[in-house]
Ligand binder design. Sequence first.
Ligand code: GMT
Length: 378
Amino acid sequence: PIIERVNIAILCHATAGGSGVVATELGVELAQHDHEVHFVSTAQPFRLSALDCCTNVFFHQVGRYEYPLFEQALTTINTANTLAEVIQEHDIQITHAHYAIPYATSALMAQDITGRTKVVTTLHGTDVTLVGLDPAFRHSTRHAIQKSGRVTAVSQFLANHTSELFKLDVPIEVIYNFVDIHRFQRNTDARYRARFAHPEEKILLHLSNFRGVKRTLDVIEIFARVQSEVPSRLLMVGDGPDRSRAFELAQKLGVIGRVHFLGSYPSVETIMGIADVFLLPSSQESFGLVALEAMSCGVPVVSSNVGGIPEVNIQGETGFMCPVGDVDGMAHATLQLLQNETLHREMGGRARSRAVDHFQPHHIVPQYLRVYEDLLTE
Ligand code: GMT
């Protein structure tokens, strides 16, 4: 072990999203290495229940306080208050805020209240590239980053971009996301696969929170082109604001019978493991954890080439990348994979190897522990 047992509070969004997944899985990994982990959030993080948890993981719910004078929930303050109690009661040495808004600010507030704990902030993407840049949050986000004890980002792209955008004086350390390669692997259960497709049909998969940045409509456009040449099905997993528009587009393009909107699906690894190609045409993606999960399942990824995606998906090796909005290019890349069995098998194999060789918990978690250790010994 790098450091002996540490008491850690983890702040994260409980809703479906990569930052919550990373925070949850990091917490569980830390607990398995005997650290004491206290999650603080407005609800139980969505992947926490699905995991076989240890006895040293705790969840503290941030309460909501309604008062006619307040137009909206004051989550930042409520979180700081609950966290301050947790810090005092459980002697929290490290507070790890995942997603700067509002958690880095809440963590600093709780640090101020208690006069204890060190704050680590992990930037995940839209907290900087979208929400944090909005004039509504710009100054408070910069302040929270500057005042954190240590700041990490999930890709080199995000680290560079944040430093430039906010003209920071503090360094940002890159710590990539990780995947459990034993959970995320090929699913060879033919009966399970038969629920979604006939044996001669290929399966394309998209999984996201269907927000604007995911370009869910592009997924439908790509599929419409692919299915006219190769018998195939598209599985749309997840839910969010663009779901209805994607459904309407699938109807308009006459492919609705072959597109399956499955909603939120708890066992994502089971369904990822039967896919032939994973589609991720996002307009922004600081890392693309979902692409890494697909790669771990041996599924080649056809994606856009934005943000941190090229640090995960390697062009021509683990999949293909095209400029944002290039649905013809992405359809062409998908067809190349579906029509060439050797290429498909080799790319899938290299995708899996990349996850195995570089992105396992034992490659990544010690990097967070080193950050904690630095802070605790300075
Ligand atoms: O995707 C979002 O809208 C927010 C965010 C989240 O909380 O899931 O996702 C970001 O964090 C993930 C985990 O680090 C990254 O894998 C995603 O690429 C990143 N999303 C964006 O940058 C759009």
